[in-house]
Design a protein around this ligand. Structure first.
Ligand code: PEP
Ligand code: CO
Length: 466
């Protein structure tokens, strides 16, 4: 129903622009206290004048891709750090993360014979919501760490004081990260004929053998297609989109612009933004602001979400019932998903809206280990993914994607997986400043499992069709 979005006239454009500031009068959560308002205003002004990071046309293309996923014709793979850090924006880190996502996408595409929409939690995933505004260590209480775009992780007053200059640094980090991501995904690195080389440089593991075997099959298929006349030089690049939690309004608002082509508002900080579980109140600032941009928007839904909450979000964020516009990212927890998700799916069937349903099997499965690490069990992640597919099978809706916190490196942050990381093992390479991420191997293992689920889901559909 895209035709309901008409191109606005100039006075309408003015009111669109003004509407973007309506959030300022609404209750808002999870924003830092900036000590220096004049400095903040200077930063906002500089950011308003800075070039966009993504273009409206790319955003529209993503909306089309997500529409296909919502209708069961594609699958979204969204992954990256819980929180990107400035120090972590190195070429090696970025390359390994992109490589991991490409490998997972190959496993999914080949295993399930379905196009995979690839999106990084990258190039802007800097701001974090926190359960408490403050953190206490011993007898000292300081502002909580809210991500590198706000303050520093070091536990000193100086580092924990919100610094607007960090917003600009975040913008430049996002720009350089995106530049490298574009180079990797367009410059030949993502060429399917390189599918073996993505596996190089990692330790021996049964999973690699499994990936190698799949890569060999793909090689054979590529050679066959080339012999039959297909031109793989034209397929050298892959589409790769960026997304992050739309949280820090002093970053999101200045980067939101009226597109000269259409006269509509686009948030040019990334292709996709999602509203977190903590900031999705229907009358709050975040929902209002993101209801006014053309980007496809995600909303996290936790286990206490009611069908009425979900319906209100659909009405507010997708009033035109546009496929690809709205993504629900459910993060129920392995123990809750089988009960909590089906009523929402059932209710969505009567809304004439086709939200894209994505599972985040990470955020509902946090634990603290005996030795004091924030962790997640790989088995719980897997169990939530299985519960997600089961719920969609039961209700007859499409399981449209997966949203995971991952890194391309061999960190030890989540328990289990094929290397069987145990609590003591967490001590060897725990690097996340925020939530624990799947490492490279756990990510691949998860991809093989999702591919199986997707293949089964496809079979069920084929049987149903005829
Ligand atoms: C996140 O995605 O890092 C996050 C904070 O998730 P949620 O809003 O689901 O808690
Ligand atoms: Co997280």
């Amino acid at each position: 129903m895209t035709d309901t979005i008409a191109i606005p006239h100039s006075d309408e454009r003015r009111s669109i622009e003004q509407g973007l500031d309506a959030y300022r009068a609404l209750p808002i959560k999870q924003q830092p206290h900036w000590p220096d308002e004049a400095e903040l205003e200077r930063v906002r002004r500089e950011l308003r004048a800075a070039p966009p990071l993504v273009f409206a046309g790319e955003v529209d293309m993503l909306r089309d891709r997500l529409a296909a996923a919502a209708e069961g014709r594609a699958f979204l793979l969204q992954g990256g750090d819980c929180a990107e850090t400035f120090a972590g924006a190195t070429a090696d880190n970025i390359r390994n993360r992109v490589k991991t996502i490409l490998q997972m996408a190959v496993v999914l595409t080949y295993g399930a014979a379905m196009p995979v929409v690839k999106m990084g939690r990258m190039a802007g995933q800097f701001a974090k919501p926190r359960s408490n505004d403050h953190e206490t260590r011993g007898d000292e209480t300081l502002p909580a760490y809210r991500g590198d775009i706000v303050n520093g992780y070091d536990f000193t007053l100086d580092s924990r004081t919100a610094d607007p200059e960090r917003i600009l640094r975040g913008y430049h980090m996002a720009a350089s990260t995106l530049n490298l991501v574009r180079a990797f995904t367009q410059g030949g690195f993502a060429d399917l004929r390189q599918v073996h080389s993505w596996n190089k440089g990692f330790a021996e593991n049964p999973l690699f053998a499994r990936y190698e075997a799949l890569a060999a099959e793909i090689d054979r298929a590529v050679r066959f297609m080339e012999a039959a006349g297909a031109n793989f030089d034209e397929l050298k690049g892959v589409e790769f989109f960026t997304g992050h939690e739309g949280l820090l309004m002093d970053y999101e608002r200045p980067l939101t612009r009226i597109d000269s082509r259409t006269g509509l508002a686009y948030n040019t900080s990334s292709h996709f933004q999602w509203i977190g579980e903590r900031t999705r109140e229907i009358d709050g600032a975040h929902v209002d602001f993101f209801s006014r941009v053309r980007n496809p928007i995600g909303v996290k839904l936790g286990p206490t979400t009611t069908p009425a909450d979900m319906e209100a979000l659909v009405d507010k964020l997708d009033p035109h019932r546009e496929p690809g516009r709205l993504t629900f990212i459910t993060r129920m927890g392995a123990r809750r998903i089988r009960d909590a998700l089906p009523p929402l799916l059932e209710a969505s069937k009567s809304l004439e809206s086709t939200p894209l349903w994505v599972t985040d099997p990470m955020h509902g499965n946090g634990i603290t280990t005996q030795n004091g690490y924030k962790s997640r069990r790989f088995d719980d992640v897997v169990d939530e993914v299985r519960g997600f597919f089961a719920a969609h099978r039961a209700v007859g809706t499409f399981p449209g994607g997966i949203h995971v916190e991952l890194t391309g490196d061999d960190v030890t942050e989540c328990l289990g997986g094929s290397e069987d990381i145990d609590e003591l093992g967490l001590e060897s390479r725990y690097e996340s400043l925020c939530d624990p991420r799947l490492n490279h191997m756990q990510s691949l293992e998860l991809a093989f499992l999702v591919a199986e689920e997707l293949r089964d889901a496809g079979r069920v559909r084929e049987r149903a069709a005829g």
